[in-house]
Each structure stands twice: as C-alpha cells, then as structure tokens.
Design a protein around this ligand. Sequence first.
Ligand code: BGC
Length: 363
Amino acid sequence: MSISDKENKMIIRITRRAAVLLFAVLFAAALMTGCGSDSGQRRDGSVRIGVTLYDQYDTFLSELMNSFNGYVDARKAEGVDIVTVRQDAAGSQSLQNDEVAEMIENGCSVICVNLVDRTEPTPIIDMARKNDVPIIFFNRELVEEDLMQWDRLYYVGADAFQSGILQGEMATEYCKAHPEADKNGDGSIQYVVLEGEAGHQDAIIRTEYSVDTMIQKGIILDKVGYAIANWNRVQARSKMEQLIDSSGTGIELVLANNDDMAMGAIEAYEGREIPQEEWPVIFGIDGTEVGLQAVVSGKMAGTVYNDKDGQAQAMEALAYALATGKPLQNLSLPGEIRLEDNKYIRLPYKKVDQKAAEEILSK
Ligand code: BGC
C-alpha cells in the first residue's frame, strides 16, 4: 500500500511536533534537576545546603554552627526535607575549593563558605557562577569587588569597626571608673594587644579601633607589647607568658581580639600563679560560652557580643530562600536586620558586662 503525498506531509508534521514536545519536556526536566535550576529547587523537592569552615575547631564558629543546626532542625520540624553537608577545610584554601566542587557535583542548592583565605575567593566564585549555585560567604569577609563579581553571591557577618569601637569604649569606661587600673600610678595605661590572624578583617580593624577609641576618649596609653595568636587560646597563652616574662606585672590592660585569646591570657596568669589582684584588666570579643563565664566570674572585665545566633539565623533563612526560589526581601531575620544592597546581612555587636553575661547565659 503506497502513502499519498498528503499522508506523507501529515506524518512529517506530526513527527516534528512530537520532537518539539519531547525537547520541551527534556529541557524542563533538566532545569528541575540538581541545583542548576532557576529556583534552585531539587527535583525531589528537598533542600541540600553545603557548609565549609576554615577550621572546624574554631570556638566561635563551632558555636555559630550549633545555632545554625538548631535553625535547620526547626525547619525540618516544619516538614521541610532539608539536609546540610558540612566540611572542614582545615586551613587549606585548595582543599576548600575541592570541597565546594564536590558539593556542587553532589547537587547542593546553595553553599555557605567560611573562606580560608578571604583574598582568594575567585576559584569558588567561578565554579558557582558556571553551575548557577549561589554562595553565602560568612564570617571571613571578602572585599566588595569580589562580592560584586556575580549577583548570586552574599555575605553574612558583622561590622568589624563596631566591635573595635565597643571594646575601646568598655575599656575606657572601666579605666575611668577604676583609677586603680593604673597600677603604677604613672597616669598612663601600659597595655598589650593579642591579635587574631594577620590579614583577617576582624583582627586588623578591631586592634586599630579599640586603641584609637580609648585615645580619643582621653585615656593615655602606653603599648608594651603585642602578639599575633591567630584567634587561638593555646597560642595566646604561650605568647602571653612571654609578655609576662618580659614585662613582669607591669601590664595593666590586655585587649584581646577575641575571647579565646583573652582566655589564653587568663591561663597564662593562672599558670604563673600570679594572684588575680595583680592581673591586668582583660577584655575580649565574641561572648562565647567560656568568655561569658569568665566575665561572670570577674576574670575578664568585659566582652563584646558577636551575635553568632543572629548570624546563624540569617544564614539559614537566606540559604533556604535561595534554595527554594523564595523572595529574599521577606527573610525571617532578627529585629530590624535586613538584606542590604541585595548582598549583605550584618548583625550588630553588643557590649557585655557582668550583668549582661549572666543574662545571656541564663537564656
Ligand atoms: C571571631 C573569632 C573567630 C574568627 C574566625 C571572628 O569574627 O571573633 O573568634 O576565630 O572570626 O574567622
């Protein structure tokens, strides 16, 4: 039986339409698979969030991650199918780049990156853009030009300047209220600074603004030493022991860039069996569990609260919205906090004296 011209044309038309339809179906399926879709939603409706830390043993970040996990659990309790994949970059930027590549390959809808080297975000940004996976950088702030490299890059953290100013104000208030802080009565305060990692925005800025604030507020300062202790309690203890050995009990004030290093300073005085009345006044930043306890016990004169819980809440809310294609303008954020310039979420710091430390610990 031969097919007429008319029948032939009809078959060709039907075949073409079927091909167009098949192409459309395949294209839509491809869009919905993994994290390469516009909304970021995975095909099975689940949300997979990757997190990589510069160092999982960092005290502040461990506490921030505990809060973050709490927000993820609350989301699960609402019935959302959400999983987090967490990796430790253990201080290696190239390992962190590999971790991000693997998370992308394993279908993460969004990745939260605590950069090892905040000046080297480009390999991660390039991978993210190529695969259309948004990135939330947190705590270790990349420069603005880098964050502007692509519109699906975000930063969650705090304002480093504010932490330095608040620490300087607290130390000033203390010195004015306690003239005996000037132990040798020479009219100036002999001080040392324990600094975080060289090159970290918080270390550079906290040191500068804490000291400058005190000077501006009329305290005469005399720097007797400083040490870089990389945010670390053990390093701070040994550096502080060296400073004690070289300056005796002549140090009147310790400004530590974080609570862990302030704790290291306390341990150094305890280890040298120097009675607490002879210690300098010690200030930290962060308000970690141990830091707050030291403020309550009076070993530390005060700290500045680095809002780990607010940062964790913001990071989870932003990650969830990005993963599910929800609008970013109605994120559930603490207080008046907003996503600024469609890029930044910054949580404010707060001064913590003994009473405030008790209140935070009792929550
Ligand atoms: C915290 C430090 C922490 C560092 C890690 C800072 O904001 O104050 O305690 O070690 O971030 O990047």
